[in-house]
Design a protein around this ligand. Structure first.
Ligand SMILES: Nc1ncnc2c1ncn2[C@@H]1O[C@H](COP(=O)(O)OP(=O)(O)OP(=O)(O)O)[C@@H](O)[C@H]1O
Length: 404
């Protein structure tokens, strides 16, 4: 099964209402008792209508029944949250159909989607916590609320932060995808028809591309920001052919930067480390891949720091931080992202064995016994099937219409 959005067409308005009620109540209840779902959904058909919807949703794995010692209840699965987000995108006409999965995000699923006119876009579904829950289980404040609450909370935060930064960067003219919509743990953005730098074997003028990339790092810094994961996976390279004055065709490479949940301020306590890491990552990659070594030392953090906010540029770190993020939110997200990076290290991964193993979460922080499918991406009602990552289906042919 490549992709399972099938069940979306069969859900009726009442089912969506009940699913939304479970989502709402999950904020305060790890397990949502049926009585509370009834009270929140307030269906015209009364409790029997709610029960019918609960069964329909559980059958396709959008909610899962959990039996606890004290009481039984339901919780939202990954599939359920995916459906709610897609439903919103669909109602707002940002997404009309869903295609295949592209990309190899460690803690995200990157899907091709299309709007009503057939214009292709990218849907990024954040799944922060998928790896963390499996590997590191101690000393994490944000996990105390329980597994379901945590992955939802973290994934929503990641999407919210990524969308906010993408928007701010785009407004300042940075080469980033166009942010189109945001719902829950997902964002819709423009599709960049380009290869990641990682897949590029040769470039005609490495010095020029290198200078452009360092230029982006310096420009970000001037706006008060450090990307924090500036590597060959997160730089897409557009190839533009243009003619020069003599009519000769020249190839211009234009980098587009993606992946922003980990961005930090130039004022961050570890800013120098993050800045140097971004710079060194590019230096190392260019040396290894293109045998290019710059003759210039630096750029050096201390010198660059003096440029922050200069020439009347807008401080994006401050403006994004002011747009609804509490300090705690940013701290929680940072901790989860740091853990994600540590996990990569623990698994002994490097750029050459980068694979997506994200479908095998076992989310066993939850002590309750599941009666229905787990929310591990394998759930029958989940957006993605098991074999989605192996599928080589041409994007256009794989488009599945969402009728909601
Ligand atoms: N707007 C886009 N257009 C085209 N391709 C994209 C777009 N966004 C993401 N991708 C593809 O998906 C891949 C993963 O995206 P992204 O880096 O945002 O996910 P991630 O989960 O944050 O990854 P990781 O944490 O492993 O770096 C990219 O390397 C790229 O190939």
């Amino acid at each position: 099964m490549l992709l399972d959005t099938k069940a979306m067409r069969y859900l009726i308005a009442e089912d969506w209402r009940v699913l939304t009620a479970v989502e709402l109540c999950s904020k305060n209840h790890e397990l949502v008792p049926t009585t509370i779902i009834e009270r929140t959904a307030r269906l015209r058909g009364g409790p029997s209508g709610v029960h019918k919807s609960i069964s329909a949703l559980a059958k396709v794995g959008l909610i899962a029944r959990v039996k606890e010692a004290k009481y039984d209840g339901y919780r939202l699965t990954y599939g359920g949250l995916d459906y709610l987000a897609l439903h919103t995108h669909s109602l707002k006409k940002d997404v009309y159909s869903v295609g295949t999965r592209i990309g190899v995000g460690k803690e995200s699923d990157i899907m091709i989607v299309a709007d009503q006119t057939g214009t292709q876009r990218v849907l990024k579904i954040h799944r922060l916590g998928r790896i963390s829950f499996r590997t590191v289980r101690s000393n994490r404040d944000y996990l105390k609320k329980g597994a379901t609450g945590s992955w939802m909370y973290l994934s929503r935060l990641a999407a919210m932060k990524e969308f906010a930064f993408m928007k701010a960067l785009r407004e300042e003219g940075f080469p980033v995808p166009e942010p189109i919509a945001h719902s829950r743990h997902t964002i819709v953005m423009s599709l960049i028809d380009a290869f990641p730098l990682r897949q590029i074997a040769e470039v005609p003028d490495p010095a020029s591309l290198y200078a452009d990339l360092i230029g982006v790092i310096l420009r970000l810094a001037k706006h008060g920001l450090i990307h924090g994961d500036f590597n060959e996976f997160n730089i897409l390279v557009n190839e533009n052919r243009s003619k020069n004055e003599d009519g000769e065709e020249t190839l211009v490479l234009e980098p587009v930067i993606i992946d922003f949940p980990q961005m930090v301020s130039m004022e961050h306590e570890n800013a120098e480390m993050y800045f140097d890491r971004d710079v060194n990552c590019i230096k190392r990659f260019f040396e290894r891949r293109f045998h290019f070594v710059t003759s210039e030392a630096g750029p050096f953090f201390k010198k660059v720091k003096k440029t922050v906010g200069k020439d009347g540029v807008k401080r994006l770190d401050a403006s994004v931080a002011a747009s609804g993020f509490t300090k705690k939110m940013l701290k929680d997200l940072e901790a989860a992202i740091r853990e994600k990076a540590d996990t990569k290290g623990e698994n002994g991964e490097d750029e050459d064995d980068y694979e997506d193993d994200s479908d095998d979460d076992d989310d066993d922080d939850d002590e309750g016994k599941e009666e229905q499918a787990e929310d591990d991406g394998k759930a029958p009602g989940g957006l993605l099937g098991d074999d989605a990552r192996d599928a080589e289906v041409p994007v256009d042919e794989s488009m599945a219409k969402l009728t909601v």
